[in-house]
Design a protein around this ligand. Structure first.
Ligand SMILES: Nc1ncnc2c1ncn2[C@@H]1O[C@H](COP(=O)(O)OP(=O)(O)OP(=O)(O)O)[C@@H](O)[C@H]1O
Ligand SMILES: [Mg+2]
Length: 678
């Protein structure tokens, strides 16, 4: 156990009762988890298949896996679970699907799919109302995360909208079941339900998962917390690590109070604190400490580091958002050249996804490799999912989820009512939708027109399926795309031609990829399962191994670290976010800024603009209130002076260090005055 300090070592070896490691950013919490896994396997002799470590994002899980494999060889980790909460939930649901009333081969609906189902369930007046669908989806998700069942939601509804959404929730659940599908939230809620209602199954899993480790514990919501409790049971073989200052998912139902709840639920809970930070230089830490001190605290944590004082935190003021992107990228190029670093040493972090576009554009112009973490992956795109669903259905006529996805995409007169009747019928006969479409029994349920359109399609599926067994996969795929008229469908269903063409380009990309796989003598069945099974995580791994700049939201950056970090858009209405100005939300926005700052190891640059294009209009911006909460002595202001609202005060761009300091002080005073006025 080298490179561990005393409290870390204590945390790793402690197995007498549940353990909570509560500590600030970069203090080695994740390191405690990975080393503890190694300790349990190598020193205690536990079977890796009895150990599960869970966290929140795919990227964090991947990072954790990578760290574990530095400590243990592949033989020692065989059977070990290191995953997200959702993947763990999925495993449980898959293995115990019967007890939950599902058939094998269930499908996971993503957020787009669920929105589609909700839309289909709505009355025609509501169908086009995207905002309503959004609200409904969000509300249902919160209910699920709080383990509120449809009946309870109905009983509790105290106004019309809630009542309407609660009814929708009930129908939505029914629909999912009929499709043999689950959504993202079900992956946690169903295992909880399962373990509560079936003590025998719970016991089996408790015997299977004998030690549980949870990273980023502050972000667990009610259902995740219940799942942790049910898995650990009375034995309480549990280590959780977290930082209340990094709780940034309240909007998704996360409850930092779960940290306190632990003390109540596990009276024998042991708490260990870590205070030495191994990540960042002291100026960065001081900025983080000072910022977060503005939030109320029950437990005070002061981080310190042996990494020296480090460079000042630079604050670049740009003219507008274009200028901001240009400056960040040229700064990055200059810095890389000067310090002989790699592109992957840099991260550009922002509050909202939409902020990435300009940076992408400029990075591309300069031919700098970058990747967007947590963005929509190729395979999550609608058009790719559509075409893949066709191919899935050709090779597996029982893939009901694929059938449902494309039965009416492009439109072919197979309506929701037809699908519903078909679904109910297939369910009662326990056969797939395609098989059911040919049965005599269906004929009394559907009118002849509906039946004609349905059978026309399913027959086509079967014919193409035959051909797919003999012909080259890429040929079949291209023919499918042509025969269904996908290109025209995109043109008609997208809002503008550009979007349609972009999507078609993605389809072309998929087709040429299929051709490449086909050259390796793979048949369509093999290719489809290859693509379906191809671990998304693996693909993203490839991405990360490339030397490229990381672009991501502050949310997605949690748990990660980079030598050089840019936090862009340090402005009111961006950070803090414009919809987050009530007191509780400001606290959360401040934690988000804290997460951002503490990602940086060596250098941190923050940027803001004077003007920014929003909703097509150039608007004046205001510096983020969080800037003035940072220690003035650690900031170095650069670029356009901020004082635009007072042109007579306009100063020249500061050049010498002394000038920069002086302008910095002036900016801070100005900022303070401005904010006090508000
Ligand atoms: N005892 C130690 N000696 C040397 N380096 C360490 C030690 N503990 C942790 N580190 C390093 O410090 C960095 C931060 O550690 P880690 O990511 O585990 O912190 P964390 O508390 O999980 O941070 P976060 O709150 O951001 O998730 C990592 O690069 C890790 O390898
Ligand atoms: Mg961590």
């Amino acid at each position: 156990m080298t490179a561990l300090n005393a409290p870390q070592r204590e945390a790793i070896r402690y197995i007498d009762s549940p353990l909570l490691v509560l500590a600030g950013a970069g203090s080695g919490k994740t390191r405690v988890i990975t080393h503890k896994i190694a300790y349990l396997i190598q020193d205690i002799g536990m079977n890796p298949k009895n150990i599960a470590a869970v966290t929140f994002t795919n990227k964090a899980a991947r990072e954790m896996k990578a760290r574990v494999s530095q400590l243990l060889n592949s033989k020692e980790t065989r059977g070990l679970t290191v995953s997200t909460f959702h993947t763990l939930g999925l495993n449980i649901v898959r293995k115990s699907h019967k007890a939950l009333g599902y058939k094998t081969g269930m499908t996971i609906m993503d957020s787009q799919d669920s929105a589609g189902i909700l839309r289909d369930l709505l009355d025609d007046d509501y169908k086009p109302d995207k905002d309503f669908i959004n609200t409904a989806q969000h509300t249902i998700s919160r209910w699920k995360n709080a383990l509120i069942l449809p009946e309870e939601a109905l009983a509790q509804a105290n106004h019309d909208t809630h009542l309407q959404i609660a009814q929708l929730y009930a129908n939505y659940q029914k629909q999912l079941k009929a499709y043999n599908a689950v959504d993202f939230d079900d992956l946690i809620a169903l295992p909880v339900l399962l373990f509560t209602e079936h003590p025998d199954i719970r016991e089996q899993w408790q015997n299977e998962l004998r030690y549980l480790l949870v990273d980023e514990y502050q972000d667990t919501n009610t259902s995740q917390y219940q799942l942790v409790r049910l898995i650990t049971g009375v034995r309480g073989a549990l280590t959780v690590v977290g930082d209340d200052d990094q709780s940034i998912y309240a909007w998704r139902g996360a409850q930092p109070e779960n940290l306190q709840q632990l003390t109540k639920d596990y009276p024998r809970l042991k708490i260990i604190k870590l205070e030495q930070n191994y990540r960042s230089s002291n100026r960065i830490l001081r900025a983080a400490n000072r910022l977060i001190a503005n939030n109320p605290h029950t437990i005070i944590k002061q981080l310190w580091s042996e990494k020296g004082l480090g460079d000042e935190i630079r604050v670049l003021c740009a003219r507008d958002d274009n200028d901001e992107a240009e400056r960040v990228v040229s700064e990055l190029i200059r810095h890389k050249f000067q310090h002989r670093t790699q592109f992957k040493d840099y991260a550009i972090l922002y509050r909202g996804n939409h902020q990435s576009r300009l940076f992408e554009e400029v990075l591309r112009t300069h031919r700098i490799p970058y990747y967007i973490s947590g963005g929509t992956s190729f395979f999550a795109r609608t058009e790719i999912k559509d075409i893949m669903a066709y191919l899935r259905l050709l090779v597996n006529h029982d893939d009901d989820a694929a059938f449902i996805r494309i039965a009416n995409t492009p439109r072919r007169e197979i309506g929701t009512t037809t699908l519903e009747k078909l679904g109910t019928y297939a369910n009662s006969r326990r056969i797939s939708l395609v098989s059911a479409s040919f049965e005599l029994g269906l004929e009394s349920l559907l009118n002849s027109r509906a039946l004609f359109h349905l059978r026309h399609f399913t027959r086509w599926v079967i014919d193409m399926g035959y051909r797919a067994q003999r012909e080259a996969p890429a040929t079949i795929a291209r023919e499918v795309v042509t025969l269904i008229g996908y290109k025209d469908w995109l043109r008609n269903s997208c809002n503008d031609v550009k979007t349609a063409d972009n999507r078609m380009e993605n389809v072309e990309e998929l087709l040429s990829w299929l051709a490449k796989l086909g050259e390796q003598e793979k048949n369509l069945t093999e290719i489809v399962s290859h693509i379906t099974l191809m671990d998304m995580l693996e693909r993203q791994n490839e991405e990360n191994e490339m030397d490229s700049v990381a672009l991501m939201t502050l949310h997605a950056a949690k748990g990660l670290e980079f030598p050089h970090v840019f936090i862009v858009g340090m402005e009111e209405n961006l950070l803090p976010h414009q919809n987050s100005t009530d007191e509780a939300s400001i606290l959360e926005e401040r934690r988000l800024a804290y997460v951002g700052i503490t990602r940086a190891q060596k250098s941190l640059i923050m940027t803001l603009t004077q003007k920014r294009r929003r909703y097509g209009e150039m608007i004046d911006t205001e510096p983020s209130r969080f800037l003035q909460e940072l220690p003035a002595e650690d900031l170095l202001w650069e670029g356009m002076p901020l004082l635009t609202k007072h042109p007579h005060q306009r100063q020249s761009v500061p050049k010498t260090e002394a000038e920069k300091k002086a302008t910095g002080a002036a900016h801070m005073a100005h900022l303070r005055a401005m904010l006090e006025k508000k």
